[in-house]
Write a new protein. Structure first.
Length: 174
């Protein structure tokens, strides 16, 4: 769930099947095994390469594989960047007590499901929008709700962040 929506969209456009799972390396590894995954990616720069028999993230192996792919490709990294452009990501933490954070997320989920058609509730609430997404999920380790707004246009991302953060703050304070 906590992975870039542009990666999901581009992979699906290229014909790959994508699967979302809960946040955390244990859940990613479990999902990789269950779905016979070839590649797993988590937002915090964790890359799993089960196609090599590893069901854990390995940054050194990932770096070697990426360097090898780039060196054997006709594309330079700068050309790939030019093709896909910038992707804006804003992350924030909203302080909320451990006792309230789950009820706030549940109320936000109810609101989001009424307002939007493409919503994932696998681990928090992720709203998929045109060329953007917004995620709100309770931290499993701190009295926080973590929010992530991302998209291809900075102004669009800022607008979604403002909209959804305002709703969450209403629920936190209310």
């Amino acid at each position: 769930v906590m992975c870039s929506s542009i990666l999901k969209r581009k992979a699906e456009e290229m014909g790959f099947r994508t699967v979302e799972c809960r946040v955390g390396d244990v859940f990613v590894a479990e999902s990789a095994k269950e779905n016979n995954a070839k590649l797993c990616v988590e937002e915090s720069y964790h890359f799993f390469l089960p196609m090599f028999g590893f069901y854990y993230d390995d940054s050194i192996l990932t770096s070697i594989v990426m360097a090898n792919l780039l060196s054997s490709s006709e594309y330079k990294l700068s050309r790939i960047h030019d093709k896909y452009g910038h992707f804006f990501v804003i992350r924030e933490n909203l302080p909320v007590s451990d006792e309230r954070k789950f009820s706030v997320i549940n109320k936000f989920q109810e609101w989001a499901l009424e307002k939007y058609t493409d919503v994932s509730t696998l681990d928090g609430v992720k709203i998929y929008l045109e060329n953007a997404s917004f995620l709100a999920r309770p931290s499993n380790t701190e009295p926080l709700i973590r929010i992530v707004a991302e998209g291809e246009n900075k102004d669009q991302v800022m607008g979604y962040l403002k909209l959804f953060k305002k709703k969450l703050m209403e629920l936190i304070q209310g």
